[in-house]
Ligand binder design. Structure first.
Ligand code: NAD
Length: 431
């Protein structure tokens, strides 16, 4: 039998949890397929004068709770199934944190590392030209994801303004501050994950100094969560990027590693003072080895599906915080549960990004930028409440943290669907 693809896996997980929670069939039906998907061909003029064609997607999955919201990924392995799975997870995630959005996602099949800066700009603008009637501040609001960033969001916002002949910064979030971006958006996903881990640590009595952490993927999300954890006294013993990782039992200095990576594009065990970096004692490890380290906290913060049925039995971490979207396949959930390894689910752990994206959208619509302290305080308020909801639901009904987070979200989506529809009217004989 073929393995289910990432989208089938995501739908099956919703069906499983919804069936256990007694969710109404209309709600499950509405989450089995996306509301709308647009596939586009993007012809892009390359620097040598030739034209290359790139395949692009945008998916608006479900808008029961509000306009759809979700990032755009530039990656050579983007598929429609992946975009749809990510859009479904966004639907759940926005409901978990209680922000008035549905779920969406976009992607382009491209290796952005092979493009010049100008080629990347032309590709980003071509994406917005193709999607300009599909996205909008009240319908679908994109944001950054893997290998896209604030600069790319800025190009897209500018292209949208040119097409519609007016500035509408609320069409896209994660923009540069100068174009209406929010203070604190760059660190929001990592900070959100840090806050979720902090809430968990408070309840189970984790001591930072005795909680060794391994982080897969030192990108936007992984870097900030590692930095904030280290600042709070957690030893970061391993980190990795797409080429592999480094390990040091004594702990690594996240800022030094990050600075060195920015300058040299290589990940090495270093300690930097000013611009001078020295190698420290550390070992090279592979991404697979990192996942199987004996640590107290494992943070996958790169791509989906890195823990599956095959390697799940070898996971030795005492707890996993999913900062990437979908790093654990549905089939591995039960194995980890059986092994007693709690998983803080992506739909809450990485929801800081979309929460501050929502704040950015609110600020754009108000035309009134907030101070950084206000962004951070409100983020903490949203995540602490969402964590408490998940924790209490699990305490009442048992099961995994993921099941509890999904249950709460499905209930919210269900209430919105029921409030719009006429099911009760009909079951009441149409009176
Ligand atoms: P990014 O582009 O900033 O970083 C990605 C990182 O993953 C890089 O360090 C890259 O080297 C590494 N990587 C790529 N392929 C890898 C591989 N095969 N093995 C190990 N590492 C690999 O991306 P990001 O924005 O930090 O996103 C990372 C994850 O977090 C994704 O799953 C994304 O969907 C999720 N996420 C991001 C945000 C956000 O606001 N940026 C919000 C929610 C969720």
């Amino acid at each position: 039998m073929n393995e289910p693809d990432v989208f089938e896996d995501a739908v099956a997980r919703v069906e499983r949890i919804a069936a256990d929670a007694g969710v109404a069939p209309e709600v499950i039906d509405s989450l089995r397929q996306p509301k709308a998907v647009l596939t586009a061909d993007l012809p892009v003029r390359m620097d040598d004068g030739s034209t290359r064609h790139f395949v692009a997607y945008r998916c608006r999955y479900n808008d029961a709770l509000g306009p759809t919201k979700g990032g755009i990924r530039f990656h050579p392995e983007v598929t429609l199934a992946e975009v749809q799975a990510l859009a479904l997870w966004m639907t759940i995630k926005c409901a978990v944190v209680g922000i008035p959005y549905g779920g969406g996602k976009g992607g382009v099949i491209v290796d952005p590392k092979q493009l010049s800066r100008l080629e990347l700009e032309r590709l980003s603008r071509a994406y917005m030209r193709a999607m300009a009637d599909f996205v909008g501040p009240d319908t679908d609001i994109p944001a950054p994801d893997v290998y896209t960033n604030a600069r790319i969001m800025g190009w897209m916002a500018d292209e949208y303004a040119a097409i519609h002949r007016k500035r509408q910064p609320a069409v896209i979030t994660g923009k540069p501050i100068a174009l209406g971006g929010s203070l604190g958006r760059d660190e929001a996903t990592g900070r959100g994950a840090f806050l979720v881990i902090h809430e968990y640590a408070k309840r189970v009595g984790l001591e930072p100094a005795k909680t060794r952490v391994a982080v897969q993927g030192l990108g936007n999300a992984g870097y900030h969560v590692a930095r904030l954890l280290q600042q709070s006294g957690y030893p970061i013993v391993a980190v990795s990027d797409s080429k592999g990782g480094v390990f040091s039992e004594k702990g690594l200095d996240v800022e030094s590693l990050h600075q060195h990576k920015q300058e040299t594009r290589t990940l090495e065990g270093v300690y930097c003072e000013g611009s001078v970096c020295e190698l420290i004692e550390s070992e090279k490890i592979s991404n697979e080895e990192l996942l199987e380290l004996d640590v107290e906290l494992l943070i996958p913060a790169a791509l989906e599906g890195v823990i599956d049925e095959e390697n799940a039995p070898r996971i030795r971490a005492k707890c996993i915080a999913e900062v990437a979207n979908g790093p654990i396949e549905g089939t591995a959930d039960a194995i980890l549960q059986e092994a007693g390894i709690p998983v803080l689910p992506d739909v809450l752990t990485n929801a800081g990004g979309v929460t501050v994206s929502y704040f950015e959208w609110v600020q754009n619509r108000q035309g009134y930028p907030w101070k950084l302290a206000e962004v951070r305080d409100r983020l903490e308020e949203v995540l602490a409440r969402a964590f408490a909801d998940m924790w209490d639901l699990r305490a009442r009904e048992g099961g995994t943290f993921r099941a509890a987070a999904y249950r709460g979200a499905l209930q919210r989506i269900g209430e919105a669907i029921e409030s719009e529809g006429t099911r009760e009217w009909f079951s009441d004989g149409g009176r």
